[in-house]
Design a protein around this ligand. Structure first.
Ligand code: FES
Length: 115
């Protein structure tokens, strides 16, 4: 019998921008390797989700940010995605987009991507 070993998944941590480069309610698209990421600022908080809508190949960072609902709306067909969970709460999208941890250190904003 082969014993199973726990193997840590490597993380990739990438600096995206300075905090002052985004205003509250603004979203911006970043490419980190193969990952397309929409970074959204709401107040002093930052959220990172997959930038490609799960319904079709359109950029979520070009959509409207709802600062009260913590959502971003796909500009193409109107599905709204949670910035916390990546889940859509309106059709036509039915699948979530990925979410990523964000770290703010000083004036720098980082995204953390699992393996
Ligand atoms: S492409 Fe986003 S809802 Fe259709």
């Amino acid at each position: 019998m082969i014993a199973k070993r726990w193997v840590p998944v490597p993380e990739q941590r990438e600096r995206l921008c300075r905090t002052g480069e985004l205003e509250s309610g603004q979203a911006r698209r970043f490419l980190v390797g193969p990952h397309k990421i929409a970074l959204v600022r709401i107040g002093s908080d930052f959220y990172a989700i997959g930038d490609t809508c799960s319904h079709a190949d359109y950029s979520l960072s070009e959509g409207e940010v709802d600062v009260d609902a913590l959502q971003i709306e796909c500009w193409k067909h109107g599905s709204c995605f949670s910035l916390k969970t990546g889940e859509p709460d309106t059709l036509p999208a039915t699948r979530p987009v990925p979410t990523y941890d964000v770290a703010v250190e000083g004036d720098d904003v980082y995204v953390v991507i699992d393996g």
